[in-house]
Design a protein around this ligand. Structure first.
Ligand code: CAO
Length: 262
């Protein structure tokens, strides 16, 4: 479907703005009917297919106070090397490191739904709000990439997305997805799994809030909320929670990631 869409899309300029983003004026006198096409049609079909998956939801709060400082320190270095460092490369690398320990979250069900295929590559999809609407290109082999390489790849995809030029190679073979809806706003989400993947995480907005530290002192921290959805037919809640705990601990103690960075 994605391939067909991309082919059609090249010659179909009417898909350049998704109809869910079209503004209406207050003096609109009639209902407006727009056919579902292009990306929206693909989204309709994929999301329809995801209805057959029993979603298990799991949410938590992640303290990124130290990561905020680390990113600030590294941002200039990345700028000197020509790339913009956001939080995403850390979120993606931490996910890949946790997937190595809990590979069932990076698996797919075969077409007959009788075998679980543990994927060797961590091709992590990044939900992107692009010129054409929602697209989910992936960063390939995240398990083999440095944070800088992930950052470069994310910059490349983001630039293509802004120009409406993401191609099929960047869209195919996704094994796990992260949706950073927090860059737009919001706290919690209920992300929808895109089959044949079995898990997805949605990240909320990073906010500065008061919390108690381990000594009972009120401190100012930067937190965001994560909402995971997993396919409960093959992933149990405890596995999801353990994966999330590991991912969270990498982000809350970003220096600990260095030990296992490839
Ligand atoms: N909370 C607060 N700030 C955030 C944030 C969050 N969760 N995520 C990113 N930011 C910040 C970034 O750090 C950056 O700050 P600076 O300008 O100070 O560097 C700024 O917001 C802009 O970030 P960005 O959007 O350019 O880059 P990114 O790598 O963080 O995110 C992308 C890239 C593609 C994920 C994002 O642009 C996007 O499209 N998000 C929407 C995803 C979406 O639509 N999900 C829903 C899918 S289901 O329909």
């Amino acid at each position: 479907d994605v391939l067909k869409f991309i082919e059609k899309h090249k010659s179909d300029s009417s898909t350049s703005l998704p109809s869910c983003s079209l503004p209406f004026s207050t003096n609109q006198t009639e209902d407006k009917i727009l056919p579902l096409k292009g990306l929206q049609k693909v989204m309709f079909k994929t999301m329809q297919a995801s209805l057959s998956i029993p979603h298990f939801g799991y949410c938590d709060e992640v303290d990124v106070t130290d990561l905020t400082q680390l990113r600030k320190d590294l941002k200039e270095l990345c700028k000197e090397r020509g790339v913009k460092l956001s939080f995403m490369p850390f979120f993606l690398k931490a996910a890949s490191m946790a997937l190595l320990k809990y590979p069932i979250l990076n698996s797919t069900l075969d077409a007959q739904q009788t075998n679980v295929i543990f994927k060797k590559s961590h091709n992590i999809g990044v939900a992107m709000d692009t010129k054409d609407g929602l697209l989910v290109p992936n960063i390939k082999e995240v398990q083999l990439k440095s944070i800088f390489e992930i950052c470069e790849e994310l910059n490349r995809l983001h630039e293509l997305g802004m120009k409406g030029k993401i191609g099929p190679t960047d869209m195919l073979g996704t094994t796990f997805t992260i949706s950073n809806i927090g860059s737009i706003g919001g706290t919690y989400a209920h992300p929808v799994i895109s089959p044949p993947q079995v898990a997805i995480g949605a990240l909320g907005k990073i906010q500065t809030v008061p919390r108690y530290d381990s000594d009972g002192n009120l401190v100012k921290v930067n937190i965001f909320n994560v909402s995971w959805s997993a396919d409960h037919r093959i992933i149990d809640g405890a596995t999801m929670a353990r994966f999330s705990n590991l991912w969270k601990s990498h982000l809350e103690n970003p220096f600990s990631m260095i030990l296992d960075l490839k």
